[in-house]
Design a protein around this ligand. Structure first.
Ligand code: TRP
Ligand code: SF4
Length: 376
C-alpha cells in the first residue's frame, strides 16, 4: 500500500524510501494467441517489472489497423486472446494497468496533435517503415495511418508520461523518435501554462518551472534478446509457421519438438553433435535447468544420448513453464467476461490518467477548456 501515498500526489508525505516508482508503458499488437517468442521476447520481462515499476500494458488494436485495415473482423477476438495469455503469464491487474488502446480515445487526440508537429522526413526515415514498405507486397501500405504508426506509438507512451519503455531491438528507433517528438513539443509549448488567473482577470498566468516540460523523454529498456528458434531453426515467428504457442497442449508441444530440426551434423545416432549449433540446444539454454543442460551437453557431444531423448527433456522443460500458465488461462477461456472486465477496469484507469495529461497538453498549447476573455 505504501506507493499509493505517492500515487495520489501527496508528495509532502514522501520520504526517500517511498519515492514514486518510475512508470513503464509497453504495448503489444493483437496478433491472437501468443507464442514462446512473444513470451521470452517481451511478456516474461513485463511480468518481472510489475513490482518495481508502475506499469501500463496496452493492447494496441489501433496499431493493428495500420496494416490490417481491410479486414477488422478478428481484431477484438485477437485482442482478448492476447489478454488471456498476458494474464496466464502473470500480468496482474492488482499491480498493473492492463488496457485496450481503442478504449482510451485520448490516445487518438494526442496522436492528432503530435502529427501536427512531426516532420514527414522523420517518419520516412524510420527503418521499420522503409523495410515494411519494401517487403510487404500483399497489402497497400501507402496510407497516412501506416506512415503515422510511430506517432501513434509516441502518443501511447507520452500520454502516460512514461519513463521507461521495455521493447525489443526493432522498436528502439521508435522510442528515439518518441523522444524527438517530446522534445519538439516541449520546445514549442512547454514553460507557459495558460491557467485561469485566480485574481479574476482572464490573463493567462505563466506557471514557473516546477514542471516546465509537459512530456518527460522516455528511455527504452532493451529486452535481452534470447535467440528463440522456431521448429524449423529460424527465428520463431507467426509468419514462418514455426511457432510453439503458450497455449499449446502437452501432446502438441511434444509433437512439435519431435519434428524440430537439430544439429545437421548429427545424422546417425552414433554421430556426436553440438548443442551450440542446434535449435533444440537453444531451447534448453533458455528453458532447462543447469542439471539438464549438463546432461544435454555431455550426452550430445559424446553421442551418449539420442535426439529423441534430448527433445523429450526439452519438452519437459517447456511444459514445466507452460502448465501453470495454461491452468490460469483456462479460467479466462471458460469465462472470457472475466478478462474483458479486467481490460475494462484497466481502460477506465488509463482514461483517467491520460485525461489528466490531456488537460496539461491543452493548457500548454493555450487551448484549455476554460473560458478566457477574448483579445488578451
Ligand atoms: N510498435 C510496437 C510493436 O510493434 C507496439 C507498440 C505500440 C508499442 N505502442 C507501443 C510498444 C508503445 C511500446 C510502447 O511491437
Ligand atoms: Fe540437438 Fe539434443 Fe540432438 Fe544434440 S542431442 S543435436 S542438442 S537435439
Amino acid at each position: 500500500m505504501g506507493h499509493r501515498v505517492s500515487e495520489s500526489g501527496a508528495s509532502w508525505k514522501m520520504t526517500a524510501s517511498s519515492q514514486k516508482r518510475k512508470r513503464v508503458l509497453s504495448g503489444m499488437r493483437p496478433t491472437g494467441k501468443l507464442h514462446l517468442g512473444n513470451y521470452v521476447g517481451a511478456l516474461q520481462n513485463w511480468v518481472g517489472m510489475q513490482d518495481q515499476y508502475e506499469c501500463y500494458f496496452c493492447v494496441v488494436d489501433w496499431h493493428a489497423l495500420t496494416t490490417d485495415y481491410a479486414d477488422t473482423s478478428k481484431v477484438k477476438e485477437n485482442s482478448l486472446e492476447v489478454v488471456f495469455d498476458w494474464l496466464a503469464a502473470g500480468l496482474d491487474p492488482e499491480k498493473s494497468v492492463i488496457f485496450m488502446q481503442s478504449h482510451v480515445p485520448a490516445h487518438a487526440e494526442l496522436h492528432l496533435l503530435l502529427s501536427m508537429i512531426t516532420p514527414l522526413g522523420w517518419l520516412e526515415r524510420v527503418p521499420t517503415y522503409k523495410e515494411q514498405r519494401e517487403n510487404i507486397k500483399d497489402k497497400d501500405l501507402g496510407t497516412y495511418g501506416f506512415l503515422g504508426y510511430p506517432v501513434l506509438q509516441a502518443a501511447d507512451i507520452l500520454i502516460y508520461k512514461a519513463d521507461v519503455v521495455p521493447v525489443g531491438e526493432d522498436q528502439v528507433a521508435h522510442i528515439e523518435l518518441t523522444r524527438e517528438i517530446a522534445r519538439r513539443f516541449n520546445g514549442f509549448y512547454a514553460g507557459i501554462k495558460h491557467v485561469a488567473n485566480p485574481f479574476g482577470t482572464g490573463l493567462p498566468m505563466i506557471v514557473p518551472p516546477s514542471r516546465p516540460e509537459v512530456f518527460p523523454e522516455p528511455q527504452s529498456l532493451l529486452t535481452p534478446a534470447a535467440k528463440l528458434p522456431g521448429t524449423d531453426g529460424r527465428k520463431m515467428s507467426k509468419s514462418y509457421g514455426n511457432t510453439i504457442m503458450m497455449a499449446d497442449p502437452e501432446p502438441v508441444v511434444r509433437q512439435k519438438l519431435k519434428t524440430m530440426v537439430t544439429d545437421p551434423a548429427r545424422v546417425r545416432r552414433s554421430d556426436p553433435g553440438n548443442p551450440d549449433v542446434c535449435p533444440v540446444g537453444d531451447l534448453h539454454k533458455i528453458f532447462s535447468s543447469k542439471e539438464t543442460m549438463v546432461k544435454v551437453n555431455e550426452g550430445c557431444r559424446s553421442a551418449g544420448i539420442g535426439c529423441i531423448e534430448c527433445k523429450g527433456w526439452a519438452a519437459d522443460s517447456l511444459l514445466r513453464l507452460l502448465s501453470p500458465m495454461q491452468e490460469r488461462r483456462r479460467k479466462f477461456e471458460e469465462n472470457p467476461k472475466l478478462a474483458w472486465d479486467i481490460l475494462e477496469a484497466g481502460s477506465e484507469r488509463a482514461r483517467k490518467v491520460s485525461g489528466e495529461t490531456m488537460m496539461d497538453v491543452r493548457a500548454s498549447m493555450g487551448m484549455s477548456l476554460e473560458y478566457e476573455a477574448p483579445g488578451k
